[in-house]
Design a binder for this molecule. Structure first.
Ligand SMILES: Cc1cc2nc3c(=O)[nH]c(=O)nc-3n(C[C@H](O)[C@H](O)[C@H](O)COP(=O)(O)OP(=O)(O)OC[C@H]3O[C@@H](n4cnc5c(N)ncnc54)[C@H](O)[C@@H]3O)c2cc1C
Length: 506
């Protein structure tokens, strides 16, 4: 295999994750330089993750005890969604991360959700069925006192700035060259490939591949290659956020009870995140400027948090959508430069990691001499990443479509005024009918990252059920009794360690 030189442009989370994973996966076949501006700050939000990120740390052999304390990290068992639904018994639901421990109780949940679809009066709120929901409620970590033959799916919360610093220290040890300068110009080959990027000091940096991790500005993918942006604004209208960090009362000491969940609570014109870190809370309000101005959003967030004006707030714009191509010429766009779906399910770093892994395969393929199929593989690469983005967009969209709030125009419009792709419309119709929802999920969403369980949790968790009794949803009339499910979960949780005990041991 030949050896390639890669330049990663950008030192945010996407840049460092790309540099490290590419160094690991391409090994001796690649030299990697990460270039970042000393003047353009990283976005610095992005504190919630999905279980996929565990693979990132595993592949790099970075143990939890090595990175978690350095990044003020906590465990995440799932996301709680209060106040999206006003329906009795469904005012709050938990989207859990799943594990083999859920096998039987999960089946009870699917069964009861289908009974509920058939008009049978049974509890179908996912809160009561899954182990991680119980762990999160009690602030327990996903680590069992005795080793299990399998691992639970879980994720983390962390301080994005500290993670960047930590990854940088690992990257330099792995041989990634780190250079600070502003890139102001680009030189191209005749075939359109980028030949070199030029710094404001006049330095010319050449490479075989350029990884554009320059954030929303898309220095290479947009400003140089002009790859069109496919906006999601007709389906997802939130385009701004305000973030406020609140320190714990004694930041030097681990609080006694730290939740192991993200809370994503609906407010009057959007939703608020609350993310627990070991030394502070990360909070924010995601909203649309069509309904709320900056000052109103900040005021509403401060009121919801019960905090004074002395604690500073940061306002952010969000460009929601994706590139039509994430790989063009010799440039891969990764991170905010390639696109962004609003952070309701904390999926951005998952998409980053997914794109890096596919980019590594593509580069390794090319270095191995598979150039003849280049255009073929580019098309496939771009289609795959686009499907992932659109799949996340669809799942997030359904949160808005199924809300039942009536307290503002924002929530009414979220039900009635959004563009709904045909596949999503069809899925919702099937859920509301007596047709086989499992067949439907298998058919439309087999390539989507959201499993059958996640779709059930979302739709049942919001309390979306047919108004008219359906005659023939495929269920026996026998409901699965809740009591043994609760007992099983309560027994399971007794074997898990408190989060503060686990973290204190690191
Ligand atoms: C409100 C909000 C909440 C979010 N919450 C989550 C979440 O919970 N979970 C999640 O996974 N993600 C979340 N995200 C997304 C997450 O923040 C980003 O995906 C992540 O931080 C990666 O950003 P980035 O590295 O692509 O860009 P940035 O952090 O913006 O980094 C860009 C880098 O490029 C460099 N650069 C730019 N131009 C030049 C130039 N000309 N020359 C040299 N260097 C240059 C900058 O110096 C910087 O280092 C959230 C985003 C927003 C807006």
């Amino acid at each position: 295999m030949e050896k390639a030189h890669l330049i990663v442009l950008g030192g945010g989370t996407a840049g460092w994750m790309s540099a490290l994973l590419m160094a690991k996966k391409l090994g001796v076949h690649a030299n990697i330089t990460l270039v970042e501006s000393p003047d353009i700050p990283v976005i610095g939000v992005g504190e919630g993750t999905t279980p996929y990120i565990k693979q990132f740390f595993k592949q790099l052999d970075i143990a939890e005890q090595d990175w978690m304390p350095a990044c003020q990290a906590t465990y995440k068992c799932g996301i709680r969604f209060p106040d999206w639904s006003t329906k009795n018994q469904y005012q709050s639901y938990f989207h859990p991360f799943f594990s083999p421990l859920d096998k039987q109780v999960g089946e009870a949940f699917f069964h009861n959700a289908n009974c509920r679809r058939a008009g049978i009066d049974v509890d179908a709120n996912p809160n009561h069925y899954f182990v991680t929901s119980y762990l999160a409620k009690q602030g327990l970590s996903p680590h069992c006192q005795q080793p299990l033959p399998f691992e639970l799916d879980y994720a983390y919360h962390f301080d994005a700035g500290l993670l960047g610093t930590f990854l940088q220290s690992i990257g330099t040890k792995m041989g990634v060259t780190h250079q600070q300068c502003n890139i102001i110009d680009v030189e191209r080959h005749l075939n359109g490939d980028i030949a070199a990027i030029i710094s404001d000091q006049g330095e010319r940096l050449t490479a075989d591949y350029f990884i554009d991790c320059s954030g929303f500005r898309g220095q290479l993918i947009e400003q140089t290659l002009d790859v069109p942006f496919y906006s999601y604004a007709s389906s997802l209208k939130n385009n701004a956020a305000v973030a406020i960090q609140v320190e714990h009362q004694q930041p030097s000491k681990l609080p006694d009870k730290l939740p192991t969940e993200t809370r994503s609570s609906a407010l009057a014109n959007g939703w608020m995140w609350n993310i627990p870190l070991t030394q502070r809370w990360g909070n924010g309000y995601v909203y649309s400027r069509d309904y709320l101005n900056q000052e109103q959003a900040e005021r509403e967030l401060r009121t919801a948090l019960g905090i004074s004006d002395e604690i500073s707030a940061r306002h952010l714009s969000m460009k929601v959508g994706r590139r039509q191509e994430h790989w063009r010429n010799n440039v891969f766009a990764i991170g905010l430069s390639q696109g962004f779906v609003e952070p309701l399910e904390a999926t951005a770093l998952m998409l980053v990691q997914y794109t890096i892994e596919h980019a590594c395969e593509a580069i390794a393929g090319q270095l191995g001499g598979e150039v003849a199929r280049l255009n073929d593989s580019k098309q496939k690469f771009n289609d795959t990443i686009n499907d992932m983005f659109d799949g996340v967009r669809d799942y997030i969209l359904v949160h808005y479509l199924t809300n039942s709030r009536n307290d503002s125009q924002y929530w009414l419009d979220s039900r009635n005024e959004l563009y709904v792709p045909d596949a999503v419309q069809h899925l919702l119709e099937v859920w509301q009918s007596d047709a086989d929802i499992d067949k439907e999920l298998e058919h439309y969403f087999q390539t989507s990252m959201y499993s059958r369980a996640s779709w059930y949790c979302l739709l049942a968790g919001m309390g979306v059920f047919p108004k008219v009794k359906q005659r023939s949803v495929q269920v026996s009339a026998q409901i699965a009794p809740l009591q043994p499910v609760v007992k099983y979960n309560q027994n399971c949780t007794q074997h898990f360690r408190a989060q503060q005990d686990v973290l204190a041991g690191y």
